[in-house]
Design a binder for this molecule. Structure first.
Ligand SMILES: Nc1ncnc2c1ncn2[C@@H]1O[C@H](COP(=O)(O)OP(=O)(O)OP(=O)(O)O)[C@@H](O)[C@H]1O
Ligand SMILES: [Mg+2]
Length: 417
């Protein structure tokens, strides 16, 4: 017998389940326990041949830490159950399988079908995870897989909030929001102690499930919130008379992100933001050139000077040979770079359509929660948001103290003004 006795709110969630389920439950409410059991039951009861289930966490290592022990605990009584430790895969009798996956490598999911999928801590996954990878895997004829999205809120600029809103009036979707006062999962005296001891915005977000509380540990949350409230995120058309500056973060394993910016007086207008995965520099430059913009300055990070093993050329040299003269931004350290970006954002306007994921990334770019120290580390979390934030930081630092577009006056290699 599977050792799971659902609590009242878990039982209700199961009874009210639909094809797509969005559960916004407070910390320690029993989300992961519920999700693993939901997944297990979907896969055990699935009548299609070779049922497949997946449990997706923001990062593979998180999936392992959070769900692997729990999955084993609940599947242990099932005779003939096998565990593939390396792949985090649980093979159940009758060709049934449950995989643990990380959204940090969603492409590993391409080309597979799923009968049921859990997305744990959805707010922290790259926005494209659902639309490009998971949703297509749930669409096979005759299988039509189900999904369960769980987590605590993390501001409004992400897919979790969008799903929560979508679920309100979309057929086949259901949602539930439960605060610490609704589930009885934490003893009343402990609830009081938590409220006393946690900071108000943490309490609001983690235990009262508020989507509008300030995001914990996010570097630019306040600046981006101001931008939104002051109407600086909207339609920002390109001014054909002004040059377009670019700001780069160069991906090796991850993506290359390029911001497209125009400067008008003290205003900096982000008219676009492009992300390239697995694309070589020649193709990126060709893509930018196809826009037929009048270019200004191009800001690139220090690692552009590193010579590559194969060609012996640096990427700065390769870019130059493609007609794009990169300026290497001085290394001022991450903290100063973040400060420079904080000073820049209040002068910025964002084109919502052109900048797309870049805006969400700036809203969410944050430090990592350190489980052992039970606090936020000073270093940023390296996930999809950091590529966008690093890229804009190059412009913030590179353009600091001077107006981009205006060349310094040189006299025999000496800058005089
Ligand atoms: N039905 C249940 N029966 C007994 N214990 C349960 C049940 N559901 C949850 N728990 C226990 O409550 C605790 C929290 O559960 P779980 O990890 O699923 O919560 P969570 O909402 O995912 O928490 P977090 O917000 O930290 O991710 C765990 O110790 C778990 O074993
Ligand atoms: Mg959990």
């Amino acid at each position: 017998m599977i050792p799971y006795e659902p609590r009242l709110h878990q039982r209700q969630a199961w009874e009210q389940r639909q094809r797509f389920n969005v559960l916004v439950w407070h910390r320690r409410a029993g989300k992961t326990v519920y999700a693993i059991n939901w997944l297990l039951r979907q896969i055990l009861e699935c009548t299609a041949p070779n049922p497949r289930g997946a449990y997706l966490a923001p990062q593979f290592k998180q999936a392992k830490r959070i769900a692997w022990t729990m999955l084993k605990q609940f599947t242990l009584p099932i005779p003939g159950c096998r565990y593939l430790e390396q792949e985090l895969r649980c093979v159940l009798p009758g060709g049934r399988e449950i995989w643990l996956l990380g959204a940090d490598n969603p492409d590993a999911l391409r080309g597979i079908y799923l009968d049921a999928c859990v997305l744990d801590e959805v707010a922290q996954m790259a926005p494209r995870t659902w639309g490009e990878v998971i949703r297509p895997a749930l669409s096979d004829l005759g299988r039509e897989g189900q999904a369960l999205m769980i987590g605590t809120p993390f501001g409004m600029a992400n897919e979790f909030h969008r799903f929560y809103q979508l679920a309100a009036d979309t057929p086949g979707w259901t949602r539930s929001l439960l605060t610490v006062h609704d589930t009885g999962s934490i003893a009343p005296a402990e609830v009081e102690a938590l409220q006393r001891e946690t900071r108000p915005e943490e309490w609001q977000q983690e235990y009262l499930c508020s989507f509008s509380a300030a995001i914990r540990g996010a570097f630019y949350a306040r600046e981006m919130q101001d931008a939104e409230q002051q109407g600086r995120i909207g339609a920002v058309p390109r001014d054909p008379l002004l040059p377009v500056h670019t700001s780069w973060d160069l991906g090796m394993a991850n993506r290359t992100v390029v911001w497209l910016l125009q400067v008008h007086g003290s205003q900096v207008r982000a008219i676009g933001c492009r992300a390239y995965a697995g694309t070589g520099l020649p193709d990126i430059v060709a893509d930018l050139d196809s826009l037929k913009y009048k270019w200004g300055r191009h800001y690139a990070p220090h690692d552009a000077k590193v010579r590559e093993l194969g060609s012996g050329k640096s990427r700065q040299e390769i870019a130059a040979s493609l007609g794009m003269a990169w300026e290497i931004v001085p290394e001022v350290g991450l903290q100063s770079g973040i400060e420079a970006t904080r000073a820049l954002i209040p002068r910025m306007w964002f084109d919502r359509e052109g900048c797309g994921d870049g805006i969400s990334a700036l809203q969410l770019y944050r430090t990592e929660w350190d489980d052992e120290r039970r606090g936020f580390s000073a270093a940023p979390l390296h996930d999809w948001t950091s590529d966008y934030a690093d890229s804009l930081r190059m412009f913030a630092v590179g353009s600091q103290g001077r107006e981009p577009g205006r060349e310094p006056i040189r006299y025999r290699d000496k800058v005089v003004a």
